[in-house]
Design a protein around this ligand. Structure first.
Ligand SMILES: [Zn+2]
Ligand SMILES: [Zn+2]
Length: 368
């Protein structure tokens, strides 16, 4: 049966989110209906709002949803009505990369996550007058009170997990942590530089400490963020507005760092990171760049180095998110400290606070 939902709809680039009452389609046999409890706000949502990622409009965004299973399709196994779950990105689980255990590199990643429709081209949302509204963003579109998602997006939560806080594990937090633990496989006793101390960068810093890196340098332009970085495991912090970051890193780590993680997507920052990493180092690029940006690799600064574009921390969410929750219970991955909660209706305030740096990770809590 179709479900009435309240959704935050984006009607075009640089528009504000507007609340509308929409109709959510019936679920298909391989889908699940989730009553959303809360959803994180991620820079990828804002990249669509600002036109850095093209969106089909009108569009319901949101891709860090968590909640409770409300209906289960006939072909779905392992999930039941009432299960507390969190959602992640969509992957086909059928291409060679998915089959090799790397769904973050799914060959169908773009159509499944960004085109605003299901695999068969249908939309999950419609307006009461019958007009289509695009959804299926990251296979979920969680800026709505209910979401239809493929069962492969759903991660069942262990008992006692805080359902209103876990949504960002499905994107921002798993991206930062997975880049360190899965993509770069940071080794004990090594040196790591992380540029950008937002939700992804701070997750990377927590993970670098878990991986027993002994020198962890955080670079940002906001002192408050650098203070958080230090509290989470950064051994050194650099405000790159105030000092020459490359010179300072080379002072802390003579010869340059073993690993670099860029979460800013800013070309000049990436170029600096390349100069501050050692021969033989591995550098992961995670930040979403503005369209048209190019990075000057500089054959000298790139030589002997491996540069990898990393998405969603090269993880399988169904195994990685429970690991992160176990680390959270053990006090080693205190992601909840990064979260500021807002009512769903205050989405524009959450966006403003994210832009100003006041909120590291905004989470929108749905009305009951
Ligand atoms: Zn995201
Ligand atoms: Zn695939």
């Amino acid at each position: 049966m179709a479900t009435p939902v309240r959704a935050a709809v984006l009607t075009g680039v640089e528009e504000k989110f507007r609340f509308e009452d929409l109709i959510l389609d019936d679920i298909r046999p391989d889908e699940v209906l989730i009553k959303i409890a809360a959803t994180g706000l991620c820079h990828t949502d804002l990249a669509v709002q600002h036109g850095d990622i093209p969106g089909p409009f009108p569009f319901v965004l949101g891709h860090e949803g968590s909640g409770v299973v409300e209906q289960v399709g006939d072909h779905v196994t392992g999930l039941a009505v009432g299960d507390a779950v969190t959602l992640s990105f969509a992957s086909c689980r059928d291409c060679r990369n998915c089959l090799a255990g790397h769904p973050t590199n799914c060959l169908n990643l773009y159509p499944l996550n960004f085109f605003g429709v299901r695999g068969d081209g249908s939309t999950t949302f419609s307006r009461p007058d019958g007009g289509a509204v695009h959804g299926s963003f990251f296979g979920q579109s969680s800026f709505a009170t209910y979401a239809i998602t493929s069962a492969t997006n759903v991660v069942k939560l262990p008992d006692g997990a805080p359902v209103e806080l876990v949504g960002p594990l499905g994107c921002g937090f798993q991206t930062g942590a997975g880049t360190i633990l899965n993509t770069l496989k940071v080794q004990p006793g090594s040196t790591v530089v992380v540029t950008g101390a937002g939700a992804v960068g701070l997750s990377a810093i927590m993970a670098a400490k878990i991986a027993a890196a002994t020198t962890i340098v955080a670079v940002d332009i906001l002192d408050e963020r650098l203070a958080i970085a230090r509290s989470l495991g950064a051994t050194h912090t650099i405000n790159s507005r105030e000092v020459d970051a490359i010179a300072r890193i080379m002072e802390i780590i003579p010869g340059g760092a073993d690993y670099g993680v860029d979460t800013t997507g800013v070309a000049t920052v990436i170029e600096s990171l390349l100069q501050a990493t050692a021969l033989g180092s591995r550098i992961a690029l995670v930040g979403v760049p503005r369209p048209g940006q190019t990075v000057n690799l500089g054959l000298i600064s790139a030589s002997g180095k491996t540069i990898v574009g990393a998405m969603e921390g090269d993880c399988v969410p169904q195994t990685f998110i429970p690991q992160l929750l176990a680390l959270h219970r053990a006090g080693q991955f205190p992601f909840d400290e990064l979260i500021t909660s807002y009512s769903f209706e205050d989405i524009e305030q959450a966006i403003a606070d994210t832009a100003s740096g006041k909120a590291v990770k905004a989470v929108l809590v749905m009305p009951d």
